[in-house]
Design a protein around this ligand. Structure first.
Ligand code: FES
Length: 203
């Protein structure tokens, strides 16, 4: 029987928790590509490793994963307008591109320079094998991660996110095994990143 402390050690995945830090050293499936297939389509809310995020595909087809809350007054960007290469907050109209840059701040007078100082949290994105993947760890580590090959013929991608602590890849058992190396490279001796050029890599 685990103690509450041991249970927290194994199960808590927030940033700064031991398990959270381990998972943040790996590419994680965030959602299905088909959920954000349409440029300027409806943004999707996800909760990953204890963080509330919004996923959207911009006008140019690039996928962004941003902090769900607008940095102005914390309105949810899930309800934002996805238009002209950015997600526009419905409250006061601040607009963010897929990298979290504030590209329009219509609530402020022109020339204040405030928009250039605003940066919304964003995560790197890859598309492969039917999934949108993201890397939530330190960028200096991300830069050195070797891209490992996710099978391009991964079959019928599906997902089953039970809550923010348990994320399961819904697939046939054989395919699920093929994903394990990306989640646990230290155990399986593989690299830790999706996208070997066989899937779509947006950026
Ligand atoms: S809360 Fe988003 S622009 Fe004000």
């Amino acid at each position: 029987m685990l103690t509450p402390e041991e249970n927290d050690l194994m199960c808590r995945v927030e940033n700064g928790m031991p398990m959270g830090d381990i998972f943040r050293r790996h590419w994680m499936p965030a959602c299905l590509i088909e959920e954000v297939a349409e440029p300027d389509g409806t943004p999707r809310k996800i909760r990953l490793l204890g963080e509330d995020l919004v996923v959207f595909r911009d006008t140019d087809g690039k996928v962004g994963i941003l902090d769900e809350q607008c940095p102005h007054r914390r309105a949810s960007l899930v309800y934002g307008r996805n238009e002209e290469c950015g997600l526009r907050c419905l409250y006061h109209g601040w607009k963010f591109d897929v990298d979290g840059n504030c590209t329009d701040m219509s609530s402020e007078p022109a020339g204040t320079g405030l928009a250039e100082k605003i940066k919304l949290k964003s995560y790197p994105v890859r598309e492969a094998a039917g999934f949108v993947w993201t890397y939530m760890g330190p960028r200096r580590i991300h830069a050195g991660i070797r891209a490992a090959g996710v099978p391009a013929d991964a079959g019928n991608a599906d997902r089953n996110i039970q809550d923010d602590r348990k994320l399961q890849l819904g697939a046939d058992p054989g395919r699920r095994n093929r994903f394990r190396p990306f989640l646990f490279p230290a155990l399986f001796g593989h690299g830790a990143g999706p996208g070997s050029g066989r899937g779509r890599n947006r950026r």
